[in-house]
Design a protein around this ligand. Sequence first.
Ligand SMILES: NC(=O)c1ccc[n+]([C@@H]2O[C@H](COP(=O)([O-])OP(=O)(O)OC[C@H]3O[C@@H](n4cnc5c(N)ncnc54)[C@H](O)[C@@H]3O)[C@@H](O)[C@H]2O)c1
Length: 304
Amino acid sequence: MTGGAGFIGSHLVDSLLADGYRVSVIDDLSSGSAGRVPAGARLIELDIVDAAGVQRVVEEVGPEAVYHLAAQASVVASVQDPGRDCEVNVRGTLNVVAAANAAGAPVVFTSTGGALYGDDAPMPTSEEREPAPLSPYGAAKWAAEAYVKTWGLANDVPNAVARLGNVYGPRQSPHGEAGVVAIFTHKLYSGERPKLYGHGRPTRDYVYVGDVVSALRAAAGRRGTYNVATGVETDVSSIWRWLREAAGVDIEPELADLRPGELEHSCLDATWAQRELGWRPEVSIEDGLRMTYEALVTEFEQAE
Ligand SMILES: NC(=O)c1ccc[n+]([C@@H]2O[C@H](COP(=O)([O-])OP(=O)(O)OC[C@H]3O[C@@H](n4cnc5c(N)ncnc54)[C@H](O)[C@@H]3O)[C@@H](O)[C@H]2O)c1
């Protein structure tokens, strides 16, 4: 797995270890941390832009499957430095898929559903909609998808693309620019006012991390492109209100304009994944927010 020291990757490592798999993680720890890699998995500190390094590790490990999650995952950072975003998200993905497929291992690649379809797409948006990304991050993920598919076809290996909605859950960092659930929970915990970009009106398709893990596992060894989301659109103000009630704290947010590259609305039609992978999201937004709030507060307390 690449990116196993990150938010989603660390949950996926847990799930694979629990089922008795041996897991090796490539991660450069740029946004992840070694402490997040569960004991029992092997961590190899490496930048996926290093093609020879990636090839060496894949040859040595001889994986049954490769989950490729490592990414420059910030829309805002991609606008500030599109070159580095391209290097990691396009070139890095090419390196991973070329090494994996040369070793006969299928790849599951985590693309974006939230930053791909643009503002004019019908909601919920199906995989058949032509992408129209507004950010370098979305453009790079789209280009990377093409490499994943092309390499799979050329090498006759079933590679899968998972287009994720807005993922939330325990272990998500509150210090990134995305991940409103973690950011709001941290603000409430520390008694600070959060900023609601787009004046709290933008909507997203929030999907619980445990549901994403089960979708990624179901996609291993399948050839196709799958939206991984709930099909439920929730606005940022509602997320803030739920969390504020859970915290029992009365803080007024600051309202701000959307940042460059950010969409007004995003909601994904995941019926194809449900039909093809036999997967469906199990966790409602209310249950997911409650579980996430409680877990994150415990994490913040332990970090003090
Ligand atoms: N969190 C979401 O809502 C969301 C939505 C859509 C897609 N995704 C995708 O899912 C994947 C995982 O996202 P996440 O939320 O867990 O992010 P994350 O930042 O927590 O994890 C990414 C991991 O990749 C590692 N990494 C970054 N650049 C690297 C490089 N050059 N070489 C090696 N490792 C590198 C980081 O250190 C980190 O551990 C990413 O591909 C992201 O684009 C996430």
